[in-house]
Structures are given as C-alpha cells and as structure tokens.
Design a protein around this ligand. Structure first.
Ligand SMILES: Cc1ncc(C[n+]2csc(CCOP(=O)(O)OP(=O)(O)O)c2C)c(N)n1
Ligand SMILES: [Mg+2]
Length: 533
C-alpha cells in the first residue's frame, strides 16, 4: 500500500508496476473527484495496453442520486477509457467482480478496468445497519415504511455472501500463433534480402520471458528496431540493434515485420513501410492489425510468443550481413553527428551534452523514466536503456505528468535499480509534489529536470508558424529548492564542466534519499522542425 498525493499518480504507478512486473497494478481512489482525477491516467494506460485495476468508492447504495457527498454517474464517465467496468451493488458481487476484473485486465489486449465499490459494501454489517437506521425517523406510517424499506435494503446488501468467496485466479494464456502462420512468416523472411524487424511494447507483456525473447532475436539474426517498452531489450551494444534512421531503413527494406507495433503516427500511419516490401504484422489486437495498412501476413497472437516460435526456424544471417553493415554505418554516422552537436557551446548547458553525461552515468541496473517534450525526446536518441524493461515513457497517449508515479513504481518494484527520472520543466510541474511521497516511502530516485524555461516542444512549432511564443514561456525556476522543502535533496547545475560531477553526487545521495538535479539548459536546433500529429 503506497499512499500518494494525487489520484493520477496512483494510476500511473499502478500502470508502471504492471509494465515492469507483468502483474496488474491496483489503484484505489475515493468516490467522485477521486475517480474523475484518474481519467487521464486511465486513458494513458488504455493506450499503452497496460493492465490496471482501478477500485473506486461510490455513494451509499440507498443514497445514490439523492444529493449524497461525492455522488456522480461514474460508470458513464469511465466507460470509454477502460476495457471493462462493473458496479458492485451487493457485498456478494465484490469477489466475483474482482475476479473478472483481473482476468479482463490481462486477457487479449490488456488494459485498465474499473470496479465501483459503494461505501456501504465496504463497512461491517452492524455499522451499515446503524448508518441507515439513523437516517430514518419517526413513528409515523411513512417513517415506519422507510425503516422497513431500509431494513430490506440492508438485508439485501449483505445476503448470500459465500463463506469463502475468494477463488484462486485462473491462469490467462495469451493467444498463440498457428504453426502454419509462423512457417509462412519464416518462409518470407528466409527469402528477404533487406529485412527489418520492429518490436513494440506488446512483445514485453511477459517480463520474465525477456531474456528468451532477446535470445530469439539473436538467433533470427535480422536487424531490429526497438520501441516503447521493448527499448533496452537487447542491452546497449547488440550488433543487430539499430537506433537511428529507422525511416530510411523502412523505406529500403524488402520485408518489414512489425511485432506488437501498430501503424499509428509513429510510422506515419503505415506510410513509412515501402509499398514494395513484404509486410508481416503480429499483434494481440485485431483492430491494430488492420488499422491503416493491412499486412500481407497478419497474425493475431502474442508477438513475444510468435518471435520465439519464429526463432525455431533456420535463418541464414550471413545473407543479411551487407544490409546490416549499411544500417550500422548509418547508426555510427548519426552518433558521430550527435557527438559533435553535443560539444557546441550554448548558454548554460547544451541538452545533448547533458544527455550524454547521463548516459555515461547510468549503471547496468538503471531504469529511465521519461516525462516531458523536447528534452526527453532528445534523451531518447542519446540515453540508452541498459537492459530489458529499463525504459518507461507514457506511450502513444503522450501524457505529461507520468514521471513521479512511474518512478515511484520503478523504485519500489526494483529497489536495487537506480531510477533516473528525466523531466521537462513543464512536465515536472504535474508531479513535483510527489517528492513528498518519494521521501515518505523511501523511494530514492534521481530526477533530472531539463530546465529550458518553457514548453519547448510547443514553442518550436508555434513560434515558427505563428511568430509568437505566447503561453510557451516558463521561468527557469528553482525546482531544486522546491524538493528540498519536501525533504529531498536538490542540486542546481548550470555549468557543463560540472555535469559529470553533479550527476555522480546525485547518485551518491540517491543511495538513501530522493534527489533532484535542476539542470539549466541552453537552446539547440537538434529537434528543429519536429512535429508529432
Ligand atoms: C497533460 C499534457 N498536456 C499537454 C501536452 C502537450 N505537450 C507535449 S510536450 C509539451 C511541452 C512540454 O514541456 P517540458 O516538459 O518543459 O518539455 P520541453 O519540451 O520544454 O523539453 C506539451 C505541453 C501533453 N502531452 N500532455
Ligand atoms: Mg521545458
């Protein structure tokens, strides 16, 4: 049980817990405003296909719609942002509904679920009898009728609860690909000259199979790009792992295999895949398989299982050596460009330089959480997650504010890991108060704010197109002093020469206490012209 300061944080933390462990995360919030405060985080979990169980309170069953405190139609509001929901109306509903909730969250395409639990189902029977007894009054006929009704109501609330309502959870098996489909994909891949495999979050739904999955990709031997929760899967220096110029690779490829990757904005709705290429897609979701670009071989199954079965076929990796070498050369070229850009002096600290220093400071156990715009997008090109499931970002909903909840969960799930929370200064404003939570629950994370004094991702396009920076400018505020007030340690960094030293100091502090480095940034053109739509 971890109590936080904002309900969104609770859901973000439950989401990250689910992603890192494969076990659904649970958040419990109060009725009304507690539930409405979770909406954005639930939608974020839905888009990330993350199994979260939200338990929400609700007004007492007999007082719904009568002006009760925090009363509202929660079911109507949540329906579109959860995969499944149910409203308990009797105590005996609770256990089977929770059972179904956990199954629904994990089966097929995973996602968040909601169980509404009115408060009179959560207290002991005598307390509830007393509560309703005290509400009704008088010896008049109306008063006695009301009392009789309420007695009947409470009897009904508590009736028929089995002595042992809790059953063991049933195992949930993912959809398996058929052997013929795997063979068809293998045959296509064996014939390809320039294959590219893209791996997305879905392939990592079963975290304890990450090592096997990495082994499978090595055995297949084709070039691989990793996205979402798959980032870090192959460690830092795997020969098959490409990090840059994906668009070019997709244009030139003669076979593209998407494993748990939808054709959404990140692939320009499928347009990045050459029309001449053979196109295979594996996805748990039938909708995602068909969206925007229909694959030649479409397989509705768990992509991780598919890849492991694919690896049982024989592939001649040598055949792809020249193609791989070409992609690797482009990767090296891009890294060299970045290294040059990182050494260009700017005011305060060049963000590329800071990202390179962060990358150098990471240990093999580090987990990176990304919450922001321009700065964290820059970091995603430079900071390399060291291993499987060591990179957490919001996912395709792109919600600012996931930072503290994700970092909290990461540190509590993996206490031995160093958790690096990379914040934009705008994004940090959504969850800085949760440093109170990090301090109270002894979750010593290392936060770094890339403090460019503004909502830079927005400013980049707005200033260019509308010639005004209105509403994109922030002050380069002393955020390090804010967290000090909450019991964490704050460090200010404005000199590039001191970056390595300050990060080393932060790591030392984080052995025992949460720490925040407020890094004052200058401007670069690194992401000029980037627009996401
Ligand atoms: C909750 C939410 N509000 C707004 C946005 C739109 N948005 C995306 S990036 C961005 C700017 C973020 O600023 P900051 O965190 O300082 O990062 P920077 O771009 O300056 O590096 C905004 C407002 C969003 N994705 N989520
Ligand atoms: Mg900013």
């Amino acid at each position: 049980m971890v109590d936080v300061r904002h309900e969104a944080t609770a859901v973000f933390a439950a989401d990250a817990t689910a992603r890192l462990t494969g076990i659904p995360g649970v958040a419990a919030v109060t009725a009304g405003p507690g539930v409405t405060n979770t909406l954005t985080a639930l939608k974020n979990a839905q888009m990330a296909q993350s199994p979260v169980v939200l338990l929400g309170g609700a007004a007492p069953t007999a007082l719904r719609g009568r002006g009760a405190l925090q009363d509202m139609d929660q079911m109507a509001l949540l329906r579109s942002v959860v995969k499944w929901s149910a409203a308990a109306r009797r105590v005996r509903d609770l256990a089977p509904m929770l059972h179904t909730a956990f199954e629904q969250a994990q089966s097929g395409v995973p996602g968040p679920v909601f169980v509404e639990c009115p408060i009179d189902l959560l207290y002991a029977e005598p307390v509830v009898r007393n509560l309703y007894g005290a509400q009704s009054g008088g010896r008049s006929l109306a008063g006695r009728l009301l009392q009789a009704y309420l007695r009947w109501h409470v009897n009904r609330l508590f009736a028929g609860v089995p002595a042992n309502p809790v059953q063991a959870p049933r195992p949930i098996a993912p959809a398996l690909p058929s052997a013929e489909r795997v063979a068809a994909a293998a045959a296509a891949l064996q014939k390809a000259q320039r294959p590219v495999i893209l791996i997305g979050s879905q392939a990592l739904r079963t975290p304890n199979q990450a090592a096997d999955l990495a082994g499978a990709l090595t055995a297949i031997g084709a070039p691989v790009y990793l996205s979402g929760m798959a980032r870090g899967l192959l460690g830092r220096d795997h020969a098959l792992h490409l990090r840059h110029k994906r668009r070019e690779a997709l244009k030139e490829a003669d076979l593209v295999l998407l494993a748990g990757v939808p054709c959404d904005f990140r692939l320009d709705y499928g347009n990045q895949i050459s029309r001449r290429a053979r196109f295979i897609s594996v996805n748990r979701s039938r909708d995602e398989l068909a969206r925007n670009r229909r694959p030649e071989i479409g397989i509705q199954a768990d992509p991780g299982v598919f890849l492991r079965q694919l690896a049982a076929h024989k592939f001649d990796g040598e055949r792809w050596t020249p193609w791989l070498a070409q992609l690797q050369a482009r990767d090296r070229e891009r890294n060299a460009e970045i290294a040059v850009q990182a050494e260009t002096p700017t005011a305060s600290i060049n963000p590329l330089h800071l990202c390179r220093e962060i990358n150098a400071a990471l240990g093999p156990e580090s987990i990176i959480v990304a919450d922001g715009g321009d700065f964290v997008a820059t970091a995603s090109y430079i900071v390399q997650p060291p291993g499987p499931l060591t990179w957490l970002d919001p996912g395709p909903f792109g919600t600012l504010g996931v930072g503290a909840g994700f970092a909290l969960a990461a540190k509590l799930c993996r206490p031995a890991a160093e958790v690096w929370l990379l914040y934009g200064d705008g994004a940090a404003g959504f969850s800085l108060m949760e440093f109170d939570t990090l301090v109270r629950h002894q979750a010593p994370v290392i936060a770094v704010i890339g403090n460019d004094g503004g909502w830079t991702q927005i400013a980049r396009e707005q200033v260019e197109m509308l010639h005004s920076d209105v509403a994109t400018v922030l002050a380069q505020t002393d955020y390090h002093r804010v967290v000090e007030g909450l019991g964490a340690v704050g460090l200010r960094l404005d000199d590039p020469e001191l970056a390595a030293e300050t990060l080393a100091q932060a790591r030392q502090v984080a052995a025992t206490r949460p720490v925040l480095v407020n890094a004052l940034l200058g401007k670069t053109d690194f992401r000029k012209g980037s627009i996401s739509m």
